[in-house]
Design a protein around this ligand. Sequence first.
Ligand code: AGP
Length: 609
Amino acid sequence: MCGIVGYVGRERAICVIVEGLSKLEYRGYDSAGIALVGEDQQLKIFKKQGHLQALTDTLDFGVKANIGIGHTRWATHGAPSDENAHPHTDCHGHITVVHNGILENYVSLKQQLLEEGHIFSSETDTEVIAHLVEKYFTDDLVAAVRLALQEMKGSFSIVAMSNKNPDVLVAAKKDSPLIIGLGENENYIASDIPAILNRTKEVYILEDYDFAVVTKDQVKILDWRTQQPVEREKFQVTWDPITAEKSGYAHFMLKEIHEQPVALRETMRGCIRDGMVDLTDLGLDEVFQNIQKIYIVACGTAYHAGLVGRMAIEKLVRIPVEADIASEFRYRDVIWEPNSLMIIISQSGETADTMAALREAKRNNIKVLAITNVVGSAAAREADRVIYTHAGPEIAVASTKAYSTQLLVLYMLALDLARVRGVLEESELQRYSQELVQIDRLADIVLEQEQDVRNLAYHHQHVDSTFFLGRGFDYAVAMEGALKLKEISYIHAEAYAAGELKHGPLALIKQGVPVMVLMTQEDLLEKTLSNVKEVKARGGMIIAIYTENLAANVNESDYDERIVLPAVDPFIAPIIAVIPLQLFAYYMAVDRGLDVDKPRNLAKSVTVE
Ligand code: AGP
């Protein structure tokens, strides 16, 4: 999730753009850059790895230019570096582009452009766009961008500029957000409202396939496929700047919970081939062929994702998988099996205990695959292979969209392992893959029940203790639900395997204690329902979370309150079953007036032991 700012008008572009980029900090950045067309009609590019300050320290704010584009990068292809920072240019330095999203077919396009003699200076997919525009450029930037778009596949919002057409910015939007801010003798382009809110409250919110030609006096919006003009309603922004950074949500956590469908879609992008999960590009086939054991190691929420991954891989691939908390694993004096693979999971890619486990594996010549959300992180750099979640920056301390996209990656790994080892019928691989392809739509449906969950939280906001129960996959998700609740509402919450209650914890059940029970696993439903009866008989309040396809087996007498999830294959149910638990924890913390995004005693990334 990168940040884009464009300006054309009467003011000094460098000032407007730097101000705009500074308002997009929540989009995360590992590098930043600015391109200007000066009064001398020359293209001037400034770009630097690191936070925005690293760039602004190098800028000459006296540069006279009334048109420019800027970018803060959240890397998806190519580690953070000066060279990989945007804006990117063509071979001759007449065209420059900034981009937010993922150009899915950049490898084939780059190959074709290299064969046509283009020279590249970065590892990014974005630079391919600059050279593709150049390929069609005959001093008409608008026409060249439009032709380039016909060849581009993936998610992208781009803004292009050329010193050959020094009064126009050309923008295009597909899947990644882009808006146009309207001014007097000046206009703005940005990824998000906060970037320009200090300058205008009147914006166009572009939609997919919108193609905008922006000068200081005019904004024309077309559909780039048909070249027909499209009507976009002017949107009057009423948010204050802080609210705008959260896209109107009260907290980053709620925004990130709602970003999960998009995050899932972006994470899956490019991983499905011929209707099946195919991670060949990962370069893991040879590793996958020979491994006899897998060690999954992580902390906190990432560890809870690993518990789901362990069950998924064992079920499909039939090789032994361990899932360990990193701080325990690193001191466990592990018995390393030959032909093993370690999978570490880490949103930040910097967690000290997880990185220690990675280094322990490397010392024992065990290959390591990292699942992380941050390109260029320590985990990405030190692992033998890396697969990214494309959740975008996760600002709230409580991890939500990182967890659900980690689950998606683990399911895709399980399916790809099964494919490579030929242990699953193609029809089954297709069936599971198609279930995963729908998961973002199912997440949207679950999010529509937000108000029901909010009411549930309001009803229980004064409790001082809760339980989360489940069996199998549901137990792993129950652990994540309990962590969410305790870390932001400070309520004591315990997750237990439902079958374990009678071995002690049942003594804690008394009148009115709320007990969340996850029931998405058809083969374990009957057993879990008998545990529910044990709890109800002792006064526990049952909050049942079950899937529609199991509804016929759940009676009203089995619960006091319920959240019904859309029908989904039990195998991948965890990806959506967690959403009500995230929302429950969020609203419990809100009702208790707590700092949801920055809970006490906690940090977003635990880089110390
Ligand atoms: C999750 O809500 C917590 N913030 C915490 O458990 C987190 O998942 C854990 O610290 C691991 O972080 P990582 O994924 O960045 O390694």
